[in-house]
Design a protein around this ligand. Structure first.
Ligand code: AMP
Ligand code: ZN
Length: 436
C-alpha cells in the first residue's frame, strides 16, 4: 500500500479539478499583478486586468513569460513574496546562458517535497526504502528536490550527490539501497562503474530508478533497466516552475502525471504560440497556481511533448505528459532538415555492438553542413577485424540516413573514449555556432 499520496488531489474528478484551478489561477493572477511590477507591466501592455481572468479558459489572454524575461529581471525581479518569507534560493543549470534564480517560501518547499513524494509513492517507494540521490546537491534543483521528496516519504535518504563514481557504486552495494535518483546519463555511467569494481547488478538491491533532468529515449530506458536491474521511471521539472516533481511517471509508465493542483499545463504551437489540443505535440507551457516565492504565468519551457487527459490505469486523473522529445533549442537544422538528438539516440541503441555513449558533431565545410557521429563500440566488437567495424559503421550510418533523411558520417571509437557526464549530458557540439 502506498503510504504517501494525496488521493483527494491526484484522483479528483476533472471537473472539480478545473474549478480548483480556476480559483487558484484567479488568486495567482491577482497576487502577481499586485506584487510583481514585471507582470503588472506585461498585463497592462496587453490591456488586461486580473478581473478579466475568470479561470483556465482565460489563460490564453495572459502574456507568456520566457527565460529572457527572467534574465532581464534577474535576480529577484519576479519574486512575489517579501525576502523575509523566502527560505531557499536555487538556480537553473545555466547551460543556455546566464543562470536563473528561483526563490521559495516554506510553503513552496513543502509543496515541492509533496510533489516528489507523490511521484515516488506512485512507483512503489515507501518508508522502508533506501533512496540514493546522485543528483548534484547545491543550486541545481535535482539533489535537494529528490532529497526533500524522499524524506517526506520517510525513506532513508543517502545524499551521495555527484562525483567519485566508484565510491558511489561501493555505497550502493554496501548499503543495498533500493532506489537510485540521478540523470539517465549518470545511471549509465554508474552501470559501467559496477563492472569496474567487479560487481554485477545481482550484487546490488536496486528496484527503482528515478531519472530526469535531461531527455532520454525508451531505448535508453531499456538499456539502463537491463544494466542496473531496476525499473526506470522518468521525472520532469524545471527550476523556473519548481524543480523535479512537476510531473513523474507512475508504475504504469504511460506518461508523467502532472501535479494539476499546483500547475496548469498547456501545449502551444512552437511557431505561432496558439494553444493546441491534447494529443498534439507542441511546446509545454506552465502556469503555477500555488507558488508564493516566484509564481510563473504561462512560462514557455521550450520542451516539446504531448499531453493526455484520460484517466490513467493507476486510477489517477491528473493529465499526463509524454517523455520530452527534445527542447526546441536542441533542434539542429542540418542542410535544411530538422534533426533531434533523440532520433539519433534511438538508432544507436538499436545496435547491440555499440554502447549508448555518443557525441554528435555538426560543422559547416564549404558552405555545406556536415554531421558526424562518434559512437563507442563495446569491448567485444572493438577487438573485431577492421573490416567488420567498417561494415558496422556503414550499417548504422544507413539506418540514421533512413530515419533523418540526411547522410551522417559514423565514426566508431574506442570503449570509454567519450567523456562521461555526472549531471546533464552534453551530446551535441555544433561548431557552426562558433563562426557566428
Ligand atoms: P533546470 O531547471 O535548469 O535544471 O532544467 C530544466 C530543463 O531540464 C527542462 O526544461 C527540460 O529541458 C530538462 N528536463 C528536466 N527533466 C527532464 C526530463 N525528465 N526529460 C527531459 N528533459 C528534462
Ligand atoms: Zn498513472
Amino acid at each position: 500500500m502506498p503510504n504517501y499520496w494525496n488521493e483527494a488531489m491526484e484522483c479528483m474528478d476533472p471537473e472539480e479539478m478545473r474549478k480548483l484551478q480556476d480559483e487558484r489561477l484567479m488568486q495567482t493572477v491577482k497576487r502577481v499583478y499586485e506584487n510583481v511590477p514585471f507582470y503588472r507591466k506585461r498585463m497592462d501592455e496587453a490591456g488586461i486586468t486580473p478581473e478579466d481572468i475568470h479561470g483556465v479558459e482565460d489563460l490564453p489572454k495572459l502574456p507568456f513569460t520566457t527565460k529572457a524575461d527572467l534574465r532581464d529581471y534577474y535576480p529577484f525581479g519576479t519574486f512575489a513574496a517579501p525576502m523575509e518569507d523566502i527560505v531557499r534560493i536555487q538556480a537553473s543549470s545555466g547551460t543556455t546562458g546566464k543562470q536563473i534564480i528561483a526563490g521559495y517560501t516554506q510553503n513552496d518547499i513543502d509543496n515541492w517535497d509533496e510533489c516528489v513524494a507523490r511521484g515516488l509513492t506512485s512507483i512503489g517507494v515507501t518508508r522502508k526504502d533506501k533512496v540514493h540521490v546522485s543528483y548534484g546537491y547545491g543550486l541545481f534543483t535535482g539533489g535537494l528536490g529528490a532529497h526533500g521528496g524522499a524524506s517526506k516519504v520517510g525513506a532513508a535518504v543517502v545524499p551521495a550527490s555527484v562525483g567519485n563514481t566508484k565510491r558511489q557504486m561501493t555505497l550502493l552495494h554496501d548499503l543495498q539501497s533500493t532506489t537510485l535518483c540521478c540523470t539517465p546519463s549518470y545511471a549509465l555511467h554508474l552501470a559501467e562503474a559496477l563492472q569496474e569494481v567487479g560487481l554485477t547488478k545481482e550484487d546490488l538491491n536496486l528496484q527503482y530508478g528515478v531519472f530526469g533532468a535531461e531527455p532520454w529515449t525508451e531505448a535508453m530506458r531499456t538499456e539502463i533497466e537491463n544494466k542496473l536491474g531496476l525499473k526506470a521511471y522518468d521525472i520532469y521539472g524545471l527550476t523556473e516552475v519548481l524543480g523535479p516533481g512537476v510531473s513523474m511517471e507512475c508504475s504504469e509508465k504511460q506518461g508523467m502525471h502532472i501535479q494539476a493542483d499546483h500547475f496548469i499545463a498547456e501545449i502551444v504551437d512552437p511557431d505561432t504560440f496558439e494553444p493546441l489540443p491534447a494529443g498534439q505535440e507542441g511546446e509545454l507551457v506552465f502556469t503555477t497556481i500555488t507558488k508564493e516565492g516566484m509564481p510563473m504565468i504561462r512560462y514557455r519551457t521550450k520542451d516539446l511533448t504531448v499531453l493526455h487527459t484520460e484517466r490513467c490505469a493507476c486510477g489517477r486523473t491528473s493529465p499526463r505528459m509524454e517523455k520530452i522529445r527534445a527542447r526546441t533549442d536542441d533542434m539542429l537544422i542540418i542542410r535544411g532538415v530538422n534533426v533531434f538528438p533523440s532520433q539519433i539516440e534511438s538508432v544507436i541503441l538499436r545496435h547491440a555492438e555499440v554502447e549508448p555513449h555518443y557525441m554528435i558533431y555538426v560543422d559547416r565545410v564549404d558552405n555545406t553542413d556536415t554531421l558526424e557521429i562518434h559512437i563507442e563500440v563495446n569491448e567485444t566488437t572493438f577487438s573485431d577485424q577492421v573490416k567488420k567495424l567498417e561494415d558496422l559503421a556503414r550499417e548504422i550510418s544507413a539506418d540514421i540516413q533512413s530515419v533523418l533523411g540526411i547522410k551522417a558520417a559514423v565514426l566508431l571509437v574506442e570503449p570509454r573514449s567519450i567523456q562521461r557526464s555526472e549531471g546533464k549530458a552534453v551530446r551535441v557540439i555544433d561548431k557552426r555556432k562558433l563562426y557566428k
